[in-house]
Design a protein around this ligand. Structure first.
Ligand code: WAQ
Ligand code: MG
Length: 250
């Protein structure tokens, strides 16, 4: 049996009482690795560029072996851009290639750019009409129960491609799960970490890193998942939140 272990941290009290989100992370590990992992996640909550957490929640739940889905990581491609504006143009063109309608792409950028604080999860936007489909406001839909299948192998594979930071690993795992959800055709993301400007778009089993998607120093990030008009929203949200997924890198 494996365990899902998840951390969320906030400042100014718990998220549900209006605290500001500082950091969140999760892993899927064996029983023997649980104590070490709990410590690592607490350390991470306490040392974050967004500030000092005064609320930290750790949740652990057991996963039946036969409940775990194994999926492949998308191909990773990096686009070097010199300005945020170039980054947005690159992102918009790629999302168009994934079959997302211009008004949906437009809506996603408008929504992300009008945030005055970071979301904790993602907005679901109709890939044809651009309509926002979840009604979860600032919380959005949080994807959980995911990790790399083979940590050492994954780190080595990514490092060989000069992709050694934790942002990349976590974002590729999340995007792999999102792209494997029934009815999701693509994603747009940039980080809420003030010192991290890289963002990405994904679709067609590809993960396109774009080196500048926001201004340095901005603590506001977010994600949009683009959903086919005919999709079953309940099934998508259930999968994103509860189906345990391990991602294999090749
Ligand atoms: N489920 C749904 N949305 C999430 C989740 C999640 N588990 N985690 C984060 N988000 C949303 C939330 O709105 C955050 O504000 C936003 O994404 C950014 O989260 O170099 O670091 O963890 O290839 O700050 C992408 C590029 C980095 C990596 C993304 O996101 C690379 C990043 P962060
Ligand atoms: Mg962050």
């Amino acid at each position: 049996m494996k365990y899902s272990i998840r951390m969320r941290a906030a400042q100014g009290g718990p998220h549900e009482r209006g605290g500001d989100h500082i950091s969140g992370a999760e892993r899927i590990v064996s029983e023997s690795n649980l104590p070490t992992m709990a410590e690592q996640l607490v350390q991470r909550a306490l040392h974050h560029s967004k500030g000092k957490a005064d609320f930290i929640n750790i949740t652990i739940d057991g996963l039946a072996d036969n409940a775990i889905h194994y999926i492949k990581a998308p191909n990773i491609i990096t686009h070097e851009v010199t300005t945020k504006e170039d980054g947005w143009c690159t992102a918009q063109a790629l999302l168009g290639q994934f079959g997302i309608a211009p008004q949906a792409v437009e809506r996603a950028f408008v929504e992300l750019c009008s945030l005055t604080q970071s979301m904790r999860g993602a907005m679901l936007i109709d890939a044809t009409t651009g309509e926002r489909l979840d009604n979860l406001g600032h919380r959005g839909v949080r994807v959980t129960h995911m990790d790399m299948d083979d940590e050492d192998g994954t780190i080595a594979t990514l490092r060989a491609r000069n992709l050694s930071n934790v942002h990349v690993r976590e974002a590729v795992v999340l995007s792999a799960k999102v792209l494997s959800a029934p009815g999701i055709v693509g994603e747009l993301c940039w980080s809420d970490d003030p010192d991290y400007q890289v963002g990405y778009v994904s679709g067609d089993n590809e993960y396109h890193r774009i080196t500048k998607m926001k201004d340095l120093g901005s603590p506001i990030g977010g994600r949009v998942f683009f959903v086919k008009s005919v999709a079953d929203m309940h099934a998508i949200i259930e999968y994103l939140q509860h189906t345990p997924v391990l991602v294999r890198f090749e």
